[in-house]
Design a protein around this ligand. Structure first.
Ligand SMILES: NC(=O)c1ccc[n+]([C@@H]2O[C@H](COP(=O)([O-])OP(=O)(O)OC[C@H]3O[C@@H](n4cnc5c(N)ncnc54)[C@H](O)[C@@H]3O)[C@@H](O)[C@H]2O)c1
Length: 251
């Protein structure tokens, strides 16, 4: 049984942006089901439950359709799905392999599809699906597999918004810029410094910056936004792009 704001499924919930999304949705009164393949998702659920939150967890890989279907059956009816789980790494174009591509698509794109499809089947009319894509759908260096998988998530979002519209299920994507999570730990301090210099608002994003945007699109009050991609990148995509104004040669 769901109550309050309804039941929200969040994938990739154990850490990073997913954790921030879970914390936000619990705070707002959703009954949250936190999914991850990492067992540490239980620690998050335990701590939020101890603080009075309405939260459950499931340790599951989003590539396992049968397991996902079982989780959805257990927690139906579902009101919100947040497809956040994904992987990334970097390879020069010359070093990219078919296996890199297949793994990125298997988790980031097909996994998103499986969770959305199994979840939508158990959704009430008027549900909301939020897919976490990436600002890199506009292009990013040394991650052709990831960029392609996230661009596919944007396409899937638009297609699902059309196909699920008869049931009034609103489907949107968020395209985060650089966010401070373990996903970025592959960067050297020099890379991080350079990355920071590209941020228009002088800082990289925090998980709660993305979580607030998710909560806006996941809210029952979001009645008329569907098929949209909301870029949440602190302005990095604006204008000529990469340098803060004081260092820019342009006026
Ligand atoms: N951090 C960034 O700068 C950034 C930028 C743009 C987009 N994003 C996107 O935001 C989302 C979250 O990223 P993050 O930085 O928090 O990453 P993260 O690596 O810190 O967390 C991802 C979580 O997803 C889980 N996960 C991965 N594969 C899974 C699978 N097959 N089944 C179940 N769980 C799985 C991981 O265990 C992990 O807990 C991702 O979709 C990512 O592509 C991140």
């Amino acid at each position: 049984m769901s109550d309050g704001m309804g039941t929200a499924i969040v994938t990739g919930a154990a850490r990073g942006i997913g954790r921030g999304i879970v914390e936000r949705l619990v705070f707002e009164g959703f009954r949250v089901v936190a999914l991850d393949r990492l067992e540490s998702v239980q620690d998050l659920a335990d701590s939020l439950r101890a603080a009075g939150g309405n939260i459950e967890h499931e340790i599951v890989d989003i590539r396992d359709r049968d397991a996902i279907a079982g989780v959805m059956d257990k927690h139906a009816p579902i009101d919100v799905i947040v497809n956040n789980a994904a992987i990334t790494d970097t390879h020069s174009f010359d070093e990219l392999t078919e296996d890199h591509f297949r793994e990125a698509f298997d988790i980031n794109t097909v996994g998103t599809f499986v969770v959305a499809q199994e979840g939508a089947r158990r959704m009430r009319n008027g549900g909301r699906i939020v897919n976490i894509a990436s600002r890199s759908f506009a292009g990013a260096p040394n991650m052709g597999h990831y960029v392609a998988s996230k661009t596919a998530v944007v396409g899937l979002t638009r297609a699902m918004a059309i196909d699920l519209s008869p049931r009034d299920i609103r489907v949107n994507a968020i395209a985060p810029g650089v966010v401070d999570t373990e996903m970025l730990h592959y960067m050297t301090p020099e890379m991080q410094k350079k990355m920071l210099s590209f941020q228009l608002l002088g800082r990289i994003g925090q998980p709660e910056d993305i979580a607030r945007a998710v909560s806006f699109l996941a809210s029952p009050e979001n009645r008329y936004i569907t098929g949209h991609v909301l870029v949440v990148d602190g302005g990095r995509s604006l204008g000529h792009g990469q340098l803060p104004p004081e260092e820019s040669p342009y006026v």
